[in-house]
Design a protein around this ligand. Structure first.
Ligand SMILES: *Cc1c(COP(=O)(O)O)cnc(C)c1O
Length: 424
């Protein structure tokens, strides 16, 4: 059963009557690029854990006249005239976000997940404050203290990690570090942790040391929306998220918090770290949040997790070392070393077979692993039997054998050909 919400074709005229032919006539060079990307997405297997296929309705909102509108400020209090429809779009997005996640307040203006985290820090911290977050090699995001990122430059990050044996978050270590360093904030959330996060445990530790708790739930937020992962909202002072990834909206960020922090969060987003809101994206966020409130989306998230579990089990049978032994979410991380390849070689060989995924840091040892997810393939309509097939394609593609790779490429084409992301 295809889970994609609507079945319009990308080549059909969009919401305001323009169509792809206009672009082709005016700018064939870019039209070719876009068409090529559309073919690439449909013709290969999209296993990047952070990616998904948004609905044609989300694409229509992104390509709408709201892209022209300047709307600095918040609904009812803008620096610009003519904001009545911009205000309506943002009010609807905020209302849908608060209802969907049971939060008192939502800010939907953050341009990205990183911007959301920046705003959370701006609202709660001062430069030089100590922050406890997952170390980057263990699955922390760049905004969790990377020296290459503002976070590592402006704050004093103390990293916690996962247990060497189990791969699970070591809550005892988090507690010890919290008592030792007395951080102003604790961040929970990861780019690669495949298990549910125990937000109650983090809340307890934060309370013991008087720290605020920031949940960076960019990856699991879509699962939370569909009831397939625990919600950080009752536990965290601020929840940061993306509206893309499993949530299947446009690329963008979002923050949720209680009423008492609402004004500080809003000011931290704009004017502190951002200027004008991107109103076409906010309208598209509203559309995606509307979709995410439907029973069909809850079923989608259950299938995402079922597919990830099936794929993790099949990859384990194929010989890969699955971090934590499996997954609770859409996300799988694995070490392909038992098959005689490291993450980088694996990614290259898989790419040659049309299987697209990321490498990731492995917390222990100096090799790299691979990171993949089932959000996109599940939107396409794939199920458990397809996950078995994908694992078999991994086995074929990872062998150092050009013939096997060529055969795997053809089989990937056949598989994805049965599940076009956008239908005519
Ligand atoms: C994806 C992600 C982000 C960043 O989102 P961008 O939109 O790429 O800036 C931040 N934190 C976590 C945990 C993420 O998974």
């Amino acid at each position: 059963m295809p889970v994609t919400a609507a079945a319009a074709d990308l080549r059909e005229p969009n919401a305001h009557g323009a169509d792809a032919d206009v672009l082709r006539r005016q700018d064939p060079e870019i039209a070719d690029v876009l068409a090529g990307e559309g073919r690439r997405q449909a013709d290969s297997l999209q296993l990047i854990a952070a990616e998904n296929f948004v609905s044609p309705a989300v694409l229509a909102a992104l390509g709408s006249p709201l892209a022209n509108k300047y709307a600095e400020g918040y609904p009812g209090a803008r620096y610009h005239g003519g904001c009545e429809y911009a205000d309506a779009a943002e009010r609807i997005a905020v209302q849908r976000a608060t209802a969907l996640f049971g939060a008192e307040h939502a800010n939907v203006q953050a341009h990205s997940g990183s911007s959301a985290v920046l705003a959370a820090y701006a609202a709660l911290l001062r430069p030089g404050d100590t922050v406890l977050a997952m170390g980057l090699a263990h699955g922390g995001h760049l905004t969790h203290g990377s020296p290459a990122n503002f976070s590592g430059r402006w704050f004093d990050f103390v990293p916690y990690g996962v247990d060497a044996e189990s791969g699970l978050i070591d809550h005892e270590q988090v507690r010890v570090l919290a008592h030792e360093h007395r951080p102003k904030a604790i961040v929970c959330g990861s780019i690669s942790y495949p298990r549910h996060i125990d937000y109650a445990a983090f809340r307890e530790i934060a309370d013991e040391v008087g720290a605020c708790l920031i949940a960076d739930a960019a990856h699991p937020m879509g699962l939370v929306a569909g009831g397939s992962a625990p919600s950080p909202v009752p536990y965290a002072d601020v929840v940061c998220a993306t509206t893309h990834k499993v949530l299947r909206g446009p690329r963008g960020g979002m923050l949720l918090c209680g009423g008492e922090l609402a004004e500080r969060i809003d000011r931290a987003v704009s004017p502190f770290t951002q200027g004008g809101a991107q109103m076409h994206t906010i309208a598209a966020k509203a559309v995606a949040l509307g979709e995410a409130a439907s029973p069909g989306f809850a079923a989608y998230t259950r299938q995402v997790v079922a597919n990830a579990r099936a794929l993790a089990a099949a990859l384990a049978r194929a010989g890969l070392l699955i971090t934590t032994g499996g997954t609770d979410t859409h996300l799988i991380t694995a070490d392909p070393a038992p098959l005689g390849v490291d993450g980088r070689t694996a990614r290259a060989r898989l790419a040659a077979a049309g299987i697209v995924l990321d490498t990731c840091a492995l917390p222990y040892g100096d090799g790299r692993g691979i990171r993949l997810g089932t959000a996109a393939v599940t939107t396409q309509g794939m199920g458990a039997a397809d996950m078995e097939r994908i694992a078999a394609l991994f086995t074929a593609a990872l062998r150092d054998d050009p013939d096997a790779a060529g055969k795997a490429r053809a089989e990937v084409r056949e598989l994805v050909g049965r599940y076009p992301p956008y239908r005519g």
